[in-house]
Design a protein around this ligand. Structure first.
Ligand code: BDP
Length: 724
């Protein structure tokens, strides 16, 4: 039959439509609401959810309702019109405590005692012989969190016949830190440019701002620091504050507060003062007025994040003052509005010749108890800098009278950028579970962070965002799992990384166990894999300098010693590693005695941290009976082998994943494999100059010379720190 023009047009359109259905660009993250294919599950859901009703008319409740409608129509393939205050047999009801009928409140009284202000309850309640599912909380935001979690039950195909879920966040401030500059470049960002289009704000509200807020609310993130810690004072000018306000207005219905970074020298740069001395009255007044101006525009503004006297950033020490003077001055300005100051402990100085790993502790611990109540000290997970593996930061547990918040890095500055598949919740879990021994056995970092170890009122956790304006937000489709996982651990730092991976895979890709099982395994292993092919056995900071892309263990010519990888590995003919024990820099002394002792003794120091704490001879025998040299070489090879395994595993998954994401991951794994080999060959050739030993037979011979690797230059590697 001859096709008429019209018919062929329809067929073409249909074809395009179905191709579009097959292809997924990753924009919807883990909020994929595709129709449930499993008929049994679908029919259970359809027979349980007949009507949706709600009570309350806040913008948060509206957000909850529209998400439920969006989710149900996608997952169940049926539209629901939500009834307000409906008296019928409501089968799914959303509303906060004060909106519930007397009957419902009575049923839930005990449950309400178990949640905090952001917690939620999802419960099946039998009223007059009919089952209703009630999603509620003490506040509207609890209802929103409940709504997202209810949808997650459907996405992960859990039974909803008898629900009784009661959950609350364990940490108060759960935030993303964007290292986004006003020119839209992102420091250490590998997923495009900044989401914030400062040029078109405040008048143009990109749909992405709303979807960003939805995604964050779905995992319980309740704060966002919009700007880079290497701050630009312009963000505090009226012109930019209008834009910040516009974003705050978009985020508010999703329970997200905005924060900005405060450049300590702002009173000089935009305030016409001649000093930024925190004890100077004019300076104090300037910040006070600036804060009032901000709160007039944004009544629920979260507060300031500050990087001071670190890596050239201005701070109180420029005026002979200290961290307490600086932080407290800002804290006093925001206190009348319930704002907080997050003061970063990431400090090391070019004038301090002691081990860089010791400097933050030395600078901060003496000030324990001296900060205002609304100051929280933000501490990176390790004492150096977001390495593939670091022992937990000794400050955790060492300042019992000061709230400390965790800073994790979600963006993969030192872990292969957005081209390497590395599942970070595994790293976060390892740090959170670490025992500080500060109050005896079981004094884990998680307990420091959630405030239970020292009864802290203010608690927090921050993740340096990996989000940009790439269509899928994070560059690598699997990097979405790191955003998701960070949020889940911020909500509950005791969650298992495996549970999180399972959830994320189901929500993002598929519920098929033939997919979940191998891919989950691959994710869980991926962190150890990157450690093996980059920095095995406690090696650290041997990335090429500046951009941190690829290996650069040979770099030794930068002006500050601690900017050079050779400072960290100390390889010589006697061996390799940084001696941080009592015979070396004695950084171990900053830990509780039990931990210090463990690390000090080469026999008890965990092998995974060996070269972090010890300078070890090439011939030293490890637990497997092989020499250190052989172990290093074999670890690099193991890392490569594991990427090979990841890639082969993924390549058998095409039946479970849409074409677009399947191919993306496939190509990225090929890059990762190439780069893992590059890491192995470059590092082994370099260290071999010192060990003067043969590679074990299991290790593949490098295809290039050391000179070749040393000649590689990447002037345009993404994410480089801007110079200003
Ligand atoms: C380092 C980054 C640098 C950041 C710094 C920080 O290389 O870009 O400015 O941390 O956290 O990891 O302040």
């Amino acid at each position: 039959m001859r096709l008429t023009y019209k018919r062929s047009l329809i067929i073409t359109l249909l074809l395009i439509f179905s191709i579009k259905l097959l292809a997924k660009d990753g924009y919807n993250l883990w909020l994929q609401y595709d129709k449930i294919k499993n008929e049994n599950v679908l029919s259970e859901y359809l027979s349980t959810i007949k009507e949706v009703s709600y009570s309350g008319d806040s913008e948060i409740i509206n957000a909850a309702i529209s998400e439920i409608q969006l989710g149900l129509s996608g997952l169940l393939g049926k539209e629901f019109i939500s009834q307000k205050n409906s008296d019928s047999n409501n089968l799914l009801f959303l509303g906060s405590k004060e909106r519930l009928s007397k009957n419902l409140t009575k049923n839930l009284e005990d449950d309400f005692k178990l949640i905090n202000n952001e917690g939620y309850i999802i419960k099946t309640i039998n009223l007059k012989g009919k089952n209703s599912i009630v999603i509620t909380g003490k506040t509207d935001i609890g209802v929103l969190y409940g709504a997202f979690n209810f949808l997650k039950l459907l996405q992960t195909q859990k039974s909803i016949s008898q629900l009784n879920i009661i959950d609350s966040p364990k940490i108060d401030v759960r935030m993303l830190n964007h290292w986004d500059n006003l020119d839209r470049t992102v420091e250490r960002g590998y997923a495009g440019f900044s989401l914030w289009n400062w040029h078109t704000l405040p008048d143009y509200i990109d749909q992405r701002y709303i979807d960003y807020a939805r995604a964050n609310a779905s995992i319980g993130i309740n704060g966002t620091a919009l700007t880079n810690v290497n701050a630009n004072a312009l963000i505090l000018t009226p012109q930019y504050l209008e834009k910040v306000k516009a974003l705050a207005d978009v985020f508010r219905p999703y329970g997200i507060k905005v924060y900005v970074t405060a450049r300590f020298s702002a009173p000089i740069e935009i305030g016409n003062l001649t000093t930024a001395d925190p004890l100077n009255e004019d300076v104090k007044n300037w910040w006070k007025h600036k804060t009032e101006e901000i709160y007039k525009l944004i009544p629920d503004f979260g507060g300031f994040l500050v990087k001071a006297n670190s890596e050239g950033q201005p701070g109180p020490q420029n005026y002979g003052r200290n961290h307490v003077d600086g932080a407290n001055m800002l804290a006093d300005a925001v206190a009348p509005f319930d704002g907080i100051v997050m003061w970063r402990a990431f400090v090391y100085s070019e004038h301090d010749t002691t081990d860089r790993a010791k400097q933050a502790y030395s600078e901060f611990v003496p000030y324990d108890g001296k900060f205002r109540d609304n100051v929280i000290i933000q501490v990176k997970n390790g004492a150096i800098d977001f390495q593939p593996r670091e022992p937990f930061h000794p400050m955790f547990g060492a300042m019992p009278n000061t709230p400390l918040m965790m800073e994790f890095q979600i963006t993969q500055e030192y872990l292969g950028f957005s081209t390497h598949l590395v599942y970070l919740p595994k790293l976060y879990e390892e740090v959170l579970e670490a025992d500080t021994y500060r109050k005896g056995k079981g004094s884990t970092v998680a307990k420091v962070i959630d405030g239970t170890l020292n009864h802290k009122k203010l608690t927090g956790i921050a993740g340096v965002s990996n989000i940009g304006n790439d269509i899928n937000w994070t560059g690598h489709p699997f990097a979405q799992a790191n955003w998701y996982g960070f949020g889940r651990l911020a909500w509950n730092p005791y969650l298992k990384s495996e549970t999180i991976a399972d959830e994320w895979l189901r929500c993002t890709f598929s519920n098929d166990k033939n997919f979940i099982q191998p891919i989950k395994e691959m994710m869980l292993k991926s962190r150890e894999t990157v450690v093996n092919y980059m920095t095995p056995l406690g090696l650290h900071h041997i990335m090429d300098t500046g951009h941190h892309y690829g290996p650069g263990p040979w770099v030794s010519n930068l002006s500050r010693p601690e900017w050079n990888p050779v400072y960290y590995h100390n390889a010589d003919e006697n061996g390799i590693g940084f001696n941080r024990t009592s015979t070396g820099s004695y950084a171990t002394e900053q830990y509780a005695p039990e931990i210090a002792e463990m690390y000090n003794n080469i026999e008890t120091c965990p092998e995974k941290d060996l070269l972090w704490f010890h300078h070890v001879s090439w011939d030293y025998t490890l637990k497997n009976g092989k020499t250190l040299w052989d172990n290093i070489a074999l670890k690099y090879q193991e890392g490569v082998n594991d990427v090979e395994y990841m890639s082969t595993t993924w390549n058998t998954m095409q039946n479970y994943v849409d074409k677009e994401r399947f191919n993306q991951v496939k190509m990225l794994l090929n890059i990762q494999l190439k780069e893992a080999k590059w890491w192995r060959d470059a590092c082994l050739l370099y260290f071999q100059q010192f060990s003067k030993k043969e590679l074990p037979i299991e290790v593949k011979k490098p295809e290039h010379t050391l000179e070749y690797f040393q000649s590689l230059k990447f002037p345009y590697a993404p994410g480089i720190k801007p110079q200003w």
